[in-house]
Design a protein around this ligand. Structure first.
Ligand code: BDR
Ligand code: CA
Length: 309
């Protein structure tokens, strides 16, 4: 089984990704970032998920703000004010570890060099901080898989070409993209091409176990938002990134290119700039995932919801 260390800001699609990780891999820890909603909510949501999973996955709280500039927006309008669809879950029972996320990233990768796949499903603040503390971190991880960016400029934030995770903390994404010699990038645009049919997804929710009941509750607000904004199907960015983390052979089309982050632009701060034509002479570090096997992706999600026949 893959061994994962997950940096996340749960978040509805983060939750689905974590359910997938639990079904198909071992989770060494959940490092929590601010992003979709504030850190208090994302930490609490992670603990709610750990309660649901019923296994002792440690939760490490990370940075409450981006590295340099204050964030311009969160994503509560999609995920709910509390990040989990405003259901009003009770206070979780599982504990919060007494170590901050960046330090836990460094410690766990030192204890298990070369073993862990790092899966980044949130603004990259914790990971950037860890890299500034110890630039040798990339040498100790088996792989890095990042959900972030919009490779041809079709973003999902108020800044047109910026995707949320990169746009929330562009400096952090810059640090991570410069530091890792190789990583898989699952951007917002590939996510849109791999949405699930709504009726099909409802069948999985109906056929699943308590994980499906839980996810069916928290995804309601996001589905209503997407439907009212003409986004077709169930979009689950972090779940797609998790599928690639769990099984890289699911990727059917990709291109490896140098990717940088715009930090200054008046209209473009937070955009990912892809050197498609190789003009910058920089090493191509990002394997940009362009297509995955949708049937296998669907099977992974079904199993994570307890809905596989
Ligand atoms: C990313 O932003 C968040 O809203 C989602 O959880 C995902 O990680 C998509 O742009
Ligand atoms: Ca996320």
């Amino acid at each position: 089984r893959p061994q994962l260390l997950i940096d996340t800001d749960p978040g509805v699609d983060d939750a689905l990704a974590i359910l997938m990780a639990h079904a198909h891999a071992d989770i060494a820890g959940l490092c929590i970032a601010a992003g979709n909603v504030g850190l208090g909510h994302t930490v609490r949501n992670a603990r709610t998920l750990v309660d649901l999973l019923g296994s002792p996955v440690p939760v490490f709280a990370g940075c409450a703000t981006p590295l340099v500039r204050a964030a311009e927006e969160d994503a509560a309008f999609v995920h709910g004010q509390d990040g989990f669809g405003d259901i009003g879950f009770p206070e979780p029972a599982s504990a919060l570890a007494d170590e901050s996320a960046a330090l836990a990233l460094l410690r766990l990768t030192r204890e298990r060099p070369g073993e862990l796949t790092l899966v980044a499903l949130a603004p990259l603040t914790n990971l950037a901080l860890a890299l500034r503390l110890d630039p040798t971190l990339p040498l100790r991880v088996a792989r890095l898989v990042v959900m972030g960016g919009a490779v041809t400029g079709h973003g999902n934030t108020g800044r047109v070409p910026a995707e949320f995770n990169v746009g929330f903390d562009p400096e952090a994404a810059h640090v991570v993209f410069e530091a890792f010699p190789a990583f898989d990038l699952i951007d917002w645009e590939v996510t849109l091409r791999h949405a699930f049919d709504n009726a099909e997804f409802d069948d999985w929710l109906a056929a699943g176990d308590r994980r499906a009941d839980f996810f069916g509750k928290i995804v309601g607000a996001a589905r209503r938002y997407n439907a009212s904004h003409e986004r077709s199907g169930l979009i689950a960015a972090d779940a797609l990134a998790m599928a690639v983390a769990l099984d890289p052979s699911i990727v059917t089309r990709s291109e490896t290119r140098a990717v940088a982050v715009e930090l200054d632009g008046r209209l473009t701060r937070g955009a990912t700039v892809v050197d498609w034509a190789g003009r910058l002479g920089r090493p191509a570090q990002a394997r940009i995932v362009l297509e995955v096997d949708q049937t296998r992706f669907a099977a992974m999600v079904q199993r994570a919801l307890g809905a596989q026949r």
